[in-house]
Design a protein around this ligand. Structure first.
Ligand SMILES: C[S@@+](CC[C@H](N)C(=O)[O-])C[C@H]1O[C@@H](n2cnc3c(N)ncnc32)[C@H](O)[C@@H]1O
Length: 235
């Protein structure tokens, strides 16, 4: 079972460094109004979209590649009587028109994609004055071969960019103004234990536990090389 499959099976909300607390901090610094249009790429089970709807009443869209995530987000919105359109789709091939959104949010998603394609799509659908907001993992220093191999095994991705590489990739794909709002180590950014976990689990089996163990072992062994950063990028 892949790591993303694990997240979908457990239906883990706020599955990103810093958890829901960091999401709220990030959004509090932005000028979101009921006229803002926001797209949450890789929105998972829709916890952040639910919060934005209730807090800011923006015009929202969600997209996620995993059918189980989409199903769980729909279930969440139905239970909370929220009318938030969500589609199963790939951020590398968005169906929205050019210059549609004031904000695009990526909470631990771009790292799992083919980043050039995903970022150029984000730049395309973002308005000229819009902001791409991200909470993403990064390598605190270029990873050694062993750590890279483990990263591929556990997360299915070949490369974890350093902050400098992220900036270059953003620049190469249509973003020219970047602000780093926060950076840190993933070990220090484990979700706040005072916050109730938001899980929507499906059937749980042994394979799932082994994937969970691999993920935890990776963070225990390599966590000091893995960081995260919170950024705002504009065109
Ligand atoms: C680590 S989870 C984060 C989910 C959510 N943003 C959160 O913070 O809870 C990554 C999410 O990105 C989705 N994803 C990965 N690759 C994607 C792609 N190419 N297009 C759309 N969604 C993608 C996964 O299905 C998963 O829901």
């Amino acid at each position: 079972m892949s790591y993303l499959e694990l997240l979908a099976t457990l239906g883990i909300g706020s599955a990103h460094p810093g958890g829901f607390a960091l999401t709220k901090q990030l959004l509090a610094h932005e000028k979101l109004t009921n006229e803002s249009r926001l797209l949450d790429i890789g929105c998972g089970t829709g916890k952040t979209l639910e919060y934005i709807q209730q807090m800011y009443d923006c015009e929202l869209n969600g997209v996620d590649i995993h059918p189980v995530m989409v199903e769980k987000a729909k279930q969440r919105f139905q239970e909370k009587e929220l009318n938030i359109p969500i589609q199963q789709g790939n951020v590398e091939q968005l169906t929205f028109k050019d210059n549609t959104f004031d904000f695009i949010l990526s909470e631990s998603v771009l790292f799992f994609t083919s980043m050039n394609r995903a970022l150029s799509e984000c730049a395309r659908v973002l308005k000229k004055t819009g902001s791409l907001l991200g909470i993403e993992m990064m390598a605190l220093k270029p990873l050694d071969v062993f750590t890279s191999e483990e990263l591929t095994k556990v997360y299915g991705v070949n490369h974890l960019p350093t902050e400098k590489e992220w900036m270059t990739t953003l620049t190469n794909n249509g973003f020219s103004h970047m602000d780093v709002l926060k950076r840190g180590n993933v070990q220090e950014a484990r979700p706040d234990e005072s916050e109730a976990p938001d899980w929507m689990p499906s059937a749980i089996d042994d394979e799932l536990f082994s994937t969970l163990q691999q993920h935890q072992a990776f963070l225990d062994i390599h966590g000091s090389s893995i960081g995260y950063f919170v950024f705002r990028a504009k065109k």
